[in-house]
Design a protein around this ligand. Structure first.
Ligand code: PEP
Length: 253
């Protein structure tokens, strides 16, 4: 059996000043579990990426950007170049977060192009998928999420898929305090793993890490991580405070 190393990633969204970001990193960076046990990632606003990389140098804390464009350079005012992110030393890029899709109109096709761009620059994407409450209530969850996965992975090799991270984030559970039950989360994550198996093979499906995201807190993470197919968490609100982030990591240790 393949043992998938858990990966806990914080997504600060558009929060914190530079001073607050530094305070967090100083409190956390030397207190995280070793990275052969769990991967610890902080997704700070992109304007702080360079500083995060500097501050975490020589530690096991990894740095994620929250978005990247798919072109390397050119007339794309306000966008962030994946080439520049990689040059700064960024490890991961969160791609296709539901807020990017819903508020900024990001499409499946763009998510796929971004995933390719991130790999082209030797970073790893954390690709988010998830259904709305209407879709869940209409019984469309599996079909929807599986379609998002297929679109996002289009053209990626099995080797790349084994390296990347998928995040299942039911939109109705994000920032709402409503967590999917651990069984609900695990069931949908199994569907995602089956989709990867259909697209690639069993080895790839067994290797790919799939996180759950949606109101994960220190007091519910253990139960989620206990599930057969949940390999970590993508965490918004509870990743903002150093104490809380460290508790999430301890739960995965
Ligand atoms: C997220 O931003 O990906 C998320 C899951 O947020 P929260 O943990 O606050 O629900």
């Amino acid at each position: 059996d393949i043992v998938r190393k858990p990966i806990i990633a914080g997504n600060w969204k558009m929060n914190k000043t530079l001073a607050e970001a530094e305070e967090f990193v100083q409190a956390v960076k030397n207190n995280i579990p070793a990275n052969d046990v769990v991967d610890a990632v902080v997704g700070a606003p992109n304007i702080f990426t360079q500083k995060l990389v500097e501050w975490t140098e020589g530690t096991d804390l990894k740095v994620a950007a929250q978005n990247s464009y798919f072109e390397d350079e050119g007339a794309f005012t306000g966008e962030t170049s994946p080439k520049a992110l990689a040059d700064l030393g960024t490890d991961y890029v969160i791609i296709g977060h539901s807020e990017r899709r819903d508020i900024f109109g990001e499409t499946d096709e763009e998510v796929n192009k971004k995933a390719h761009a991130v790999f082209n620059h030797k970073m790893l994407p954390i690709i988010c998928v998830g259904e709305s409450l209407d879709q869940r209530e209409a019984g469309e969850t599996n079909e929807w999420v599986s379609g998002q996965v297929k679109a996002a992975l289009e053209g990626l090799t099995a080797e790349q898929v084994k390296e990347l991270v998928l995040a299942y984030e039911p939109i109705w559970a994000i920032g709402t305090g409503k967590t999917a039950t651990s069984e609900q989360a695990n069931d949908t994550i199994k569907v995602i793993r089956e989709t990867v198996q259909e697209l690639y093979d069993e080895e790839t499906a067994e290797a790919v890490r799939i996180q759950y995201g949606g109101s994960v807190k220190p007091d519910n993470i253990a139960e989620l991580l206990d599930q057969s197919d949940i390999d970590g968490a993508l965490v918004g609100g509870a990743s903002l405070e150093a104490d809380s982030f460290l508790k999430l990591l301890e739960a995965a240790d």
